[in-house]
Design a protein around this ligand. Structure first.
Ligand SMILES: *Cc1c(COP(=O)(O)O)cnc(C)c1O
Length: 435
């Protein structure tokens, strides 16, 4: 079905919203989606998200609902849970958090008391808002003990992390970031957490697709809890989930009076602690995405995502662009412009005008302000979903280099590249956009 014929009802009843959707779709079909946290969900995921399941209320959990008529809904939620547990070999799964941040909020409610110490990476160094950043609930209600990648190498320094944990004795340690292109060594984090008797929680929002495909180590065996989004590399609907052990290894220490184990405390934190009715259309779409992620095709996809990121990194390096952390093991590249007169923001804006959509980002050792930065973060999940391979990365690399090398007078180059990219995109089928 051509894009112009999709949404036939909306087109008639609300041409204004319809027109805006069409405009955004056209934009995404003619530019390179290189925001590391974005991707293209399949038509099947979109259909489930747009289904009439949106109409049903089912507060509670399967077989324990507060509304009647939920036999089918129980099956849907149980299916999503079963597929998710199998994908990550987890003991317990909750699929009701509405997104990554609400999932993390529930994690705090399940294992922390306001005022407790949480070890997390500050946003300015690649952590997420919910890891204790001052303007977020997590920084207002809890005390962040910051740690971060080394300013020199850009890599996590596990000796330093151990030292901070020993000194501060946090109740919980977050391992997970939004801007770290290297493998996270969960076994090392686990040793540290064990030594100081802290809960270890992995936030795999960015990399859950890589983990599901076996391309990045699985944190589940090492962590008390694992949280994630489903709309990043995972290619699902906008949502979140929490995996955990059934039992709390610190039950005696922190919850001696409680009759609820860890799994139960997480479930109760999500509902009724933080949310009301689950979004069942989205949970059905999650089940679809988990089904897709369990296929050999997805494994191949995830491997190609990393190959593409590595190859693009090589192309950029050969063209004179520095990469933070020395390169990548994942879907993500951090371009380092600390030694340049132009800023990360200027590069990101120029690339954006040229049709290469990424974002400016702090890099390790950055001396520019967070709204200016010396870095640009980009990822290959979207391009790889379009079917791009290493040879395409060479073209993408050349376009990036042309724009960057033309700075600061890059307007003409941006315009030329924008046209070439729009033409190039026509050669690919975009999942969820092109039939
Ligand atoms: C994206 C992200 C989140 C939050 O996801 P939202 O769905 O935007 O709330 C949490 N943690 C990390 C590490 C992320 O990258």
């Amino acid at each position: 079905m051509p894009t112009s014929e999709r949404y036939p009802h909306l087109k008639v009843t609300d041409p204004e919203v319809y027109g805006l959707i069409q405009r955004q779709t056209a934009l995404e079909g003619s530019t390179l989606k290189m925001i590391a946290s974005e991707n293209y969900a399949s038509f099947s995921v979109l259909e489930a998200t747009g289904s009439s399941l949106t109409n049903k209320y089912c507060e509670g959990y399967p077989a324990a609902r507060y509304y009647e008529g939920n036999e089918v809904m129980d099956e849907i939620e149980n299916l999503a849970i079963a597929r998710l547990k199998a994908l990550f070999t987890a003991e317990h799964a909750n699929v009701q958090p509405c997104s990554g941040s609400p999932a993390n909020q529930a994690v705090y409610r399940a294992i922390m008391t306001p005022g407790d110490k949480v070890m997390g990476i500050p946003v300015s160094e690649g952590g997420h808002l919910t890891h204790g950043w001052k303007v977020n609930f997590s920084g207002r209600d809890y005390v962040q003990i910051p740690f971060g990648p080394s300013q020199e190498t850009g890599l996590l320094d596990y000796d330093q992390i151990r030292e901070i944990a020993r000194r501060e004795r946090p109740r919980m340690i977050w391992c997970g970031t939004t801007a770290y292109p290297r493998t996270i060594e969960y076994d090392k984090f686990a040793e540290i957490a064990q030594e100081v008797e802290a809960y270890l929680v992995a936030d795999i929002a960015h990399i859950s697709g890589l983990v599901a495909a076996g391309v990045h180590p699985n944190p589940v065996p090492y962590c008390d809890i694992v949280s994630s989004t489903t709309h990043k590399m995972m290619r699902g609907p906008r949502s979140g989930f929490i995996l955990s052990r059934e039992n709390d290894r610190y039950q005696e220490k922190y919850y001696p009076e409680s009759k609820f184990n860890l799994a139960k405390r997480i479930d109760r934190a999500v509902f009724p602690g933080l949310q009301g009715g689950p979004h069942m259309n989205v949970i059905a779409a999650m089940a679809v995405a988990f089904g897709e992620a369990a296929t050999p095709a997805f494994k191949e996809y995830a491997q190609q995502v990393v190959k593409n990121a590595r190859h693009l990194g090589e192309c950029l390096k050969n063209g004179g662009i520095r990469l933070a952390c020395g390169g990548t093991d994942t879907h993500m590249l951090l371009l380092d412009f600390r030694n340049e007169t132009f800023t990360g923001k200027e590069v990101a804006e120029a690339l954006g005008r040229a049709g290469i959509i990424a974002n400016f980002n702090m890099v390790p050792g950055d001396t520019r302000k967070p709204f200016i930065t010396s870095g640009v973060r980009m990822g290959t999940p979207g391009l790889t979903s379009m079917g791009m391979k290493e040879s395409d990365m060479e073209k993408v690399g050349e376009w990036i280099l042309r724009v960057v090398h033309a700075l600061p007078d890059s307007a003409a180059t941006e315009k030329a590249v924008r046209g070439e990219i729009a033409e190039f995109c026509k050669g690919f089928k975009i999942p969820g956009l092109d039939d």
